[in-house]
Design a protein. Sequence first.
Length: 227
Amino acid sequence: MISDQNGFIDRAGHGTHCAGILAGTDNGRGIVGIAPRAKILAVKVLGDNGSGTYESVYKGFLWAAEKADIISMSLGSAEAPPDVFHQAVKQAYAKNVVIVAAAGNEASAINYPAAYDEVIGVVALDKTLLPASFSNRGAQAEIAAPGVEILSAYPGGRYAKLSGTSMSTPIVSGIVALYIAYLKKKGKPVTVAAVRDALAKATVDLGPVGRDPQYGYGLINAVKLIN
């Protein structure tokens, strides 16, 4: 279960589930995450009921932007944040912090911060690789990933299946983590522009040719990304 030395504990289960998808390690049972060797910096910006304010998200974002290669946000709002938040996103982008965020689950327009140009907006697919019925969609959709009945860790040493673009987002973030590690191992520069360009090319195009509002560039493909 996600917690830290300051006593912040995931009582809702959402953060633990997302963390497991991204970086769950092989313990002989349950699941293994996309990037099991990734280091997670857990930042609690929402209350135990899963709700919060842009002020708390902003403060957490600033903290993460100083320490992380990737900021993965399985959260969002239909209401545009204050401009100071967008400025923080732009500054993190300029420092080559890759920002990934969930499109939202209202079958409506893409939520913020996924709607920002600087953010990789992730939409959800069902088990048949069709857009999940709940997934938001729009021109800001960039990458699609599975998001229905995803098995991952849950508080209390348990495992659970949850659905949402929140589950799709750490799949993409985990693959980005693998790709950044690959670039660093090869001694290649890591830029947000290069990562996004590689992601766009390493997809399975499931909708109309090219980027579209339901799939973005398409379903992320980790093997294609490395190759």
